[in-house]
Design a protein around this ligand. Structure first.
Ligand SMILES: [Zn+2]
Length: 250
């Protein structure tokens, strides 16, 4: 089949390539998905991010420099949105409920017109944090899709090993994956895990808040502005991906 049936567009990564150790080309030429990609998307795998990263990698016509699997979440999500745009167009419908009168309405979202938060230098300072109780200095790293899959695998392993336990290890593995150094030293995974488990909860909380923050300062703004058709209340609707994201009805 001739390739000219596929739509090709160029996009700029929100990070502008500034958050990577490797050389990353922020100008990304993206082509639309084919049936092959949809078959891949619908495959049953535990590594859900890996599949989407493979599809994005395959649809990138330019030289990104690294796999989409190792992009920061903001860049990855942006490319996912733009992949939807080149494949099916920018119109996406999302249901939302007015917090004032409770009216349920369908909101039309234009995926390529959502505000995008770009890299700025203030991120550098946010990557380091002094914990309020222990005073430890922690250096953090941005999450990637590869890390999300790894965190998921570790949670499943933990549950298999601790069948009688009701503990939820998500917080432990999220912090574990996000820490690069403590007090200017790299720790082994084992000692870091023990260190996290013994942290005063106020420190843990400060870490989680900061991890959430650094992973949300770059990328598509996931709060969609909506106005209730009945009472006129303006409210923010958290963006979510439903079936029609990759299977629009028309
Ligand atoms: Zn309303």
């Amino acid at each position: 089949m001739s390739d000219n049936m596929r739509i090709v567009e160029t996009f700029t990564l929100p990070s502008q390539g500034m958050v990577y150790e490797e050389q990353v080309n922020p100008e990304v030429v993206l082509s639309s998905m084919t049936t092959r990609h949809e078959m891949l998307r619908l495959s049953s795998t535990e590594d859900s991010q890996k599949i989407m990263a493979q599809i994005i990698d395959d649809c990138i016509e330019s030289d990104l420099g690294i796999s989409a699997y190792d992009l920061c979440l903001g860049d990855f999500q942006y490319l996912l949105f733009m992949l939807r745009v080149v494949t099916f167009g920018n119109e996406y419908e999302m249901a939302g409920k007015c917090p004032y009168c409770g009216f349920n309405q369908t909101n039309k979202v234009l995926l390529d017109e959502l505000p995008v938060k770009l890299y700025d230098e203030s991120l550098v300072d946010l990557m380091e944090l002094t914990l309020p109780k222990t005073g430890s200095k922690v250096k953090l790293t941005l999450q990637t899709p590869r890390m999300l899959d790894r965190i998921n695998t570790k949670i499943k392993e933990y549950r298999r090993r601790h069948k009688d336990s009701e503990e939820n290890p998500t917080i432990l593995y999220t912090i574990l994956a996000s820490i690069e150094e403590v007090d200017d030293e790299q720790m082994t995974t084992f000692s870091l895990e023990e260190w996290i488990k013994d942290l005063p909860l106020a420190d843990t909380n400060a870490l989680i808040n900061r991890i959430d923050l650094i992973n949300s300062v770059i990328g598509v703004d996931l709060n969609v502005e909506s106005e209730c058709k009945v009472c006129g209340t303006e409210y923010l609707l958290p963006f979510y991906i439903n079936q029609t994201f990759f299977r629009p009805r028309n």
